[in-house]
Design a protein around this ligand. Structure first.
Ligand code: TRP
Length: 409
């Protein structure tokens, strides 16, 4: 298929002048203000979520599409039509997403795929599996196995606080699930046999100096896309389709997965991709948990949120008040405005702010004030919900058990 042939050999150099997006590197091309997502769609060979697809989503779900869709934050897909067809004809499907638990506290950017996954679980009423790749983070980061495993549980609390349905959601640590369910490892073996070292290098940019754990890891992230990886949930059926919401940097894993699926007699998973959540400093980069000034953390206090935005949020406003009033602010560069497109749900209010800011009637300080109040509300609600997530609740979400959902009844 043309799409899989589009697995262009990824150049890995951090200092490349070209735009590079892999699961580990994301930087814009030389002289670009941000990632060129149209170019990524062409490079990766995915489909843009166009007007027709939006209408299809609206008619199938019977409601206005999520604001992440309306605003082009989830902007690309593979085979989404297949998932919508399955849903319309009452065929079962499930959602699969994940998180690499590399740090204690998650930031706003990490929330995006989970907020969207929660919406998908609600509108489609489907089961969800969440992979915590403690194994991956052990291999890639400077962490002990024990620490990575512990972080999987810590991060699970933030994920649960997003509101997932406890009857329909299974969150698993790779380390634990591998020692629990032989079908997981059987599918990993099947996947590993399908991909050569050469192909893995082409897709992921692995080097000869990388440890062998890294080279075999992609199979681990691939197989939760196949329903037989979870026999307690889906039985022996190979027929339950999978939809994966993720940030577009995870696409290489799922291009590989889609490539090998037919050879193993599995459905190709469908994918829906989001753009990156930009760092406070500007759209050139994504938020990074390792740079505390680039991110708003879910553990930040209300004061920290206020100060970080006032101090670091890149402004698209003019240098002086006079100039600003004459020429207006640039909402495309302005991080406070960009963040509002993620978190201010009210379309009318957002349009009004855009008009006011671009006309120069609204100043950067007022724009920041809007954002501060939106984020303080969001983060404090998150913190309240997280506090209610007890160890027992985490244990239930993370215990391997049958889930209840429409098709299973
Ligand atoms: N590799 C991802 C990360 O580092 C975690 C992950 C595992 C994932 N499976 C996934 C992300 C499926 C999205 C979809 O965060």
């Amino acid at each position: 298929m043309a799409e899989e042939q589009a697995q262009t050999e990824v150049k890995q150099q951090e200092d490349s002048e070209e735009q590079v997006v892999t699961p580990w590197v994301a930087h814009a091309g030389e002289g670009q203000t941000g990632i060129d997502y149209e170019k990524l769609i062409r490079q990766f060979g995915s489909q843009r979520i166009d007007g027709d697809m939006m209408q299809r989503i609206e008619s199938v779900t019977g409601q206005k599409p999520h604001h992440f869709l309306r605003r082009g934050i989830f902007f690309s897909h593979r085979d989404l039509a297949g998932t919508l067809d399955a849903y319309s004809s009452n065929k079962p499907f499930y959602l699969y997403t994940g998180r690499g638990p590399s740090s204690e506290s998650m930031h706003l950017g990490h929330l995006i795929p989970f907020m969207f996954t929660k919406y998908l679980q609600d509108v489609f009423d489907v089961p969800l599996v969440v992979q915590m790749t403690d194994d991956e983070k052990f291999l890639w980061k400077d962490l002990t196995v024990e620490e990575a495993h512990r972080l999987a549980f810590e991060n699970a609390k933030d994920i649960i606080a997003c509101g997932f349905d406890i009857e329909k959601t299974f969150i698993f640590s790779d380390i634990d699930y591998l020692s629990t369910e032989p079908s997981f490892y059987k599918n990993i073996l099947r996947a590993q046999k399908c991909v050569t070292v050469n192909q893995a290098k082409g897709i992921f940019g692995f080097q000869d100096s990388d440890c062998i754990g890294k080279i075999s890891f992609p199979a681990v992230q691939a197989v939760p896309s196949f329903s037989t990886t979870f026999p307690k949930i889906f039985g022996e059926s190979k027929d339950v389709q999978c939809l994966i919401p993720c940030a577009i940097d995870q696409d290489p894993y799922f291009r590989m997965t889609r490539d090998i699926a037919p050879r193993l007699g599995f459905h190709k998973p469908a994918i829906i991709h989001s753009s990156f959540f930009p760092a406070l400093q500007g759209p050139q980069s994504k938020m990074s948990a390792s740079d505390p000034t680039s991110s708003i953390f879910l553990t930040d206090t209300m004061d920290q949120i206020k100060n970080k935005i006032n101090k670091y949020a890149f402004s698209g406003g003019r240098d002086t008040k006079e100039e600003h009033e004459e020429f207006g602010g640039n909402t495309e560069l302005d991080i406070s405005y960009q963040y509002l497109t993620f978190f201010l749900e009210d379309d009318e209010k957002l349009t009004h702010i855009k008009k006011e800011y671009e006309s120069g009637r609204m100043l950067t300080g007022e724009l920041k004030k809007e954002l501060i109040s939106v984020l303080q509300a969001l983060v404090s609600k998150h913190q309240e919900r997280r506090k209610k997530v007890t160890d027992d609740i985490v244990k239930t979400f993370m215990s391997y058990r049958p889930l209840t959902f429409r098709a299973a009844e």
